[in-house]
Design a protein around this ligand. Sequence first.
Ligand code: ZN
Length: 425
Amino acid sequence: MTQSIPERLSLARYSFGVGDRFARQAKAQLRACMLAAQHGVEIVPVWNKSHREHLIVGSAPGSVRTAAEAAVCELGWTKPFHIDADHVTLETVNGFLEASDFFTIDVAAAIGTPPASADADRFLERHPELLRSITLPGRERPLAMARGLAIQIVRKYLFAAQTAGCIYRHIAAAKGPGNFITEVSMDETDRSQTPEELLVILAALADEGVPVQTIAPKFTGRFNKGVDYVGNPEQFETEFRDDLAVIAYAVRTYPLPPELKLSVHTGSDKFSIYPAIHCAIRDFDAGVHVKTAGTTWLEEIIGLAEGGGEGLALAKEIYTHAYEQRAELCAPYTAVIDIDAAKLPRPAVVDQWTSEQFVNTLRHNRQCAAYNPSFRQLLHVGFKIAAKLGRRYLEMVDAGEELIARNVTENLYQRHIKPIFLGKH
Ligand SMILES: [Zn+2]
């Protein structure tokens, strides 16, 4: 099946999604991509921020572009960069239309709603290739497609693909098709998607005319916020490679953008699966988009604490409030955090800590005995506390810029970009 694909804004092969809660670290984040360029790998930065984050911080989508453009201008970045309206739905997308050129269309909530039966029938008629097993290069077992399985998957996912089509057309009507990058996400759900499901979803998105350039399935295992992967890394690798094989097949078979690639919503810091991602994209000659989120905000706290004095005092104050309000802070994130309350140090204890103790407890260094994932996850979701401090927090961050920026850049480059894109630890 051939169909000419219109000119469109196209995402580079390697792209890296960075979150910047308070829009102060764009320069430090961009420097991580510049370091990668110096080491021979071109990585395009994408600044992502969701409606939920904007609500909590009290920011507007335009502020993400303003911060990114200032950084790009100041550092003389001449390659592309993008502004991702992260996890948008029809209800939340409008506020992002002006400032974003990358839209993560979230259809997780539509999964499981059965489509109109006529739509399901038409889909199955149009896709006889999905009714029998498919041999995929690079995959040992054939994809076990069969009519019964196809019907089941269509009942579970066709409506979600139609919803993506509906949101895509809404964005395209406002921005003009081709003027933005489309991602479709279904990671914020409780069940991971099989490669068979991914294939049906891609066929359905192609039918809907969604020029999807990145797709974010849910992978097996837990992707908790700001801490390492919890699950079986070998199983992840098998699944990830299967998905790459499915994408290669889908791009050859359906009118989808040839640059279509996986987007991994990491929730940050999935260090133990980074080597698998690196080897898989190398073996499949594939691109990848890797989204990180609050890791940068934690580097702000680390930088403040490292500086000692008032900065350390403020970091402790934020922890104290986060500890007191932990139930409220954690509620929106229960699916993506695992905090062991017994492992949270009491604020009175933390109050006595030196800079080094605070930093070692928070920094994600698996070799350090003091590192405490519960402490880290609580602060990860605790950005609301800093948002409430308003100017006091921002002025302190600005005053500590040098130390913070060094932590932000080093964290992104050394712990994330190097193992994923350069294959080094
Ligand atoms: Zn996500």
